[in-house]
Write a new protein. Structure first.
Length: 187
């Protein structure tokens, strides 16, 4: 099986030892190296462990002929833009199960017309993880609020609107919220 373990590890700027340490249970850098190079067979169990360690979906680690990856031509940092030392390819973004999206029609706040905001759907017990993040909150009759979650008191959420001059909104007991986790923007 051909994998993209090395490419994704390099793209995330992690060493073999760091990935090995992040595995549950931890393993050795040598083992990760052997799995990357194909010197050791990659089982589904190993794919899942390494995917968790890299913070990606296990499917992102498998190179499939019909799935295109995006080759990295250059790496930009504070010192300038240079070619990568080794071939690197990034997997194209895929939504996680249960995600929802917001399509921006008119620019507001940090968002421009045409942006797509991908949101992870959170249940009420997870709302605290979205503090100080932009969130989508469902309202009755198919309406929504989208703004910065600035507070939570019991079952009440406090949101600031994205645009200047708007008033804080308080929403009681939403069934779920969507926390913004990725933005797709055409330049």
């Amino acid at each position: 099986m051909i994998t993209a373990i090395r490419e994704i590890r390099k793209a995330k700027k992690l060493t073999l030892a760091e990935v090995a340490e992040r595995c549950d249970p931890p393993t050795t850098a040598q083992t990760i190296g052997r799995l990357e190079t194909g010197m050791r067979t990659v089982s589904v169990g190993w794919l899942n462990r390494i995917a968790d360690a890299l913070g990606v979906d296990a499917g992102d680690l498998v190179k499939l002929p019909e799935r295109a990856d995006l080759p990295v031509a250059a790496i930009l940092d504070a010192d300038g833009c240079d070619a990568p030392r080794h071939e690197i390819a990034l997997p194209l973004p895929r939504p996680e199960p249960g995600m929802v999206a917001v399509q921006v029609r008119t620019g507001v706040g940090d968002y421009r017309a045409g942006d797509e905001i991908w949101c992870a759907r959170l249940e009420p017990e997870q709302f605290a993880t979205a503090l100080n993040r932009d969130v989508l909150v469902p309202r009755p009759a198919g309406r929504f609020l989208f703004g910065r979650l600035i507070g939570r008191e019991g079952d009440r959420l406090q949101l600031l609107p994205l645009g200047a001059g708007g008033r804080q909104q308080v929403i009681s007991d939403p069934a779920w919220i969507g926390m913004a986790v990725k933005m797709v923007r055409a330049l």
